[in-house]
Each structure stands twice: as C-alpha cells, then as structure tokens.
Design a protein around this ligand. Structure first.
Ligand code: ZN
Length: 259
C-alpha cells in the first residue's frame, strides 16, 4: 500500500503536490480564479500582475496588484494573500504579510538589481551619514539597528531618501539619501531624513510593514521627527494626516521620504 502511494506521488510533479493538485496559474485571470477558490470573494474585480520588484502585493478598491512571481506560489502563500485582502484585523494582516514576504520570488540571475553606488566625489557625505547612523542608532534605538549600507544618490529628484529592505533575491538592504537634498536643504534636514529612513529600517527589522502607518507614526514621534511621509505639507493639511484609506494596503520592500 505504501509503495503504491509512493508510485502515485512520484508521477505528480512537486508543484502540483504543493498546490494540492491544482494547475499552476499562468496569468492574472487564472490567478484571480484560484484566489476566489481559496475564499477571496468578489471584492476584488481585477488582478494585475506586475514586475515591480519593490512591491509584492498591493490593493486599493477593487483592484489587486501582485508580483508575477506569485503565480508559482504554494497554496499556503495564496491563502495568505486572501487573508491579507479580506482581514480587518491588524494581527491577522501581520501574519499574512509575514507569510507573503517569506515566499522567495524566483528570478533569473541576470535580472538581479545592479546596485547603484555613491559617486567618489560624494563619498565624504556618505561617510558623514554613516557616522550619524551610528550615533542615532545608539541615541534613539538603543544600538539595536543593524549596520546598513548608506548611499548618496545623484538620481533622486523628488525623493529625499529611501529605505529598501533586503530583496527576495538576496540584495542587501540600504538607505539612500538624495545629494541634492543635502545640498539644497542642509545637514539638519538631511539628518531628519536619515532618521526617517532609520524608522523604516526599525520597522523592517521588527517585522512591521514598511510604510507610514501607525507603527511608523508612533516611532517617529518617539525619536522626535515629523511622522509624515513628506517634508513639507500645505498648511491646510498640517493637522491630522488627512483622510485615510483603510482599504488601500501594500506589502513592499521600499518606503521613501518625498519633498
Ligand atoms: Zn518614509
């Protein structure tokens, strides 16, 4: 009996086994159908496959965007996508998020991110930021943050800085700060941006979503920076954070501070 079972199992390919004998979806329509079988319901009407390697899953209104790598995700991960979309409880969302993020998107070696570097002439700025990172880490985070590569970018125009988590392909995390931001707004502002990105690093290292939601705002207040995604906001919007869209959520690898 055991050997019969074994023979039976050997005939199936491992993907089919993982998916409980379901065929692997090959496009957005098939994936949406699969997610509905797993209990997604009809709240999502369109599913768009993306190649944005910084975003795994994102939904807003009736549209779900999901990285195409998830076509081959096992059933447990697809179930996590369903509960991420459907859940109203923060704890359940956090569990779903952890499972979604743990899935390694396969991608050919050739498409690995070629990591940008700090220009030689900007290396002293990067060095200064690294020293501030060390000091702020001690002062505000009890030295708990990991050392992280810090880069000065000449390409960021509207973004002041960003934090990027380790990618599923194993590219290291990083903080990048815009060179024109340092030059135009000065070191005090640039250090504010650095601390902002360190709060994202803290979110990442503690398993929180990398966003500007409630954990970000709480930690930002604790370290004494503006709990906002933007550097300056129009006066009318300065009180409160504006209308929130509880049905718009993203699981991604990067958050940026904007002008
Ligand atoms: Zn941010």
């Amino acid at each position: 009996m055991f050997s019969t079972l074994n023979r039976l199992l050997r005939r199936r390919n491992p993907h089919q086994l993982e998916l409980g004998f379901h065929a692997v979806p090959t496009n957005g329509v098939e994936l949406l159908a699969r997610l509905r079988e797993l209990g997604m319901g009809n709240a999502i009407q369109t599913l768009r496959l993306t190649r944005n390697r910084m975003v795994m899953v994102s939904f807003s209104g009736h549209e779900l965007r999901i990285h195409e790598g998830y076509l081959s995700a096992p059933e447990s991960v697809l179930r996590a996508v369903v509960s991420f979309v459907r859940s109203r409880s923060r704890a359940e969302r956090a569990r779903a998020r952890a499972q979604i993020v743990s899935f390694q998107i396969e991608r050919p070696k050739s498409s690995r991110r070629r990591l940008p570097r700090t220009a030689a002439a900007d290396e002293s700025m990067a060095q200064e930021l690294r020293q501030w990172h060390e000091q702020y880490n001690e002062r505000y985070f009890g030295g708990a943050l990991q050392p992280v590569p810090i880069r000065v970018s000449r390409r960021m125009r509207t973004r002041l800085g960003h934090y990027t988590a380790r990618s599923s392909a194993g590219d290291p995390p990083e903080i990048a700060i815009s060179r024109s931001h340092i030059q135009r707004h000065g070191w005090e502002e640039a250090c504010h941006t650095l601390l902002h990105e360190m709060v994202h690093q803290w979110q990442d290292e503690h398993g929180h979503p990398i966003d500007h939601g409630s954990t970000f705002r709480a930690m930002a207040r604790e370290v004494g920076i503006t709990p906002l995604a933007r550097r300056a906001v129009p006066a009318a919007k300065q009180c409160g954070s504006g209308p929130r869209k509880p049905d718009s959520l993203t699981i991604g690898l990067r958050a940026a501070r904007q002008q």
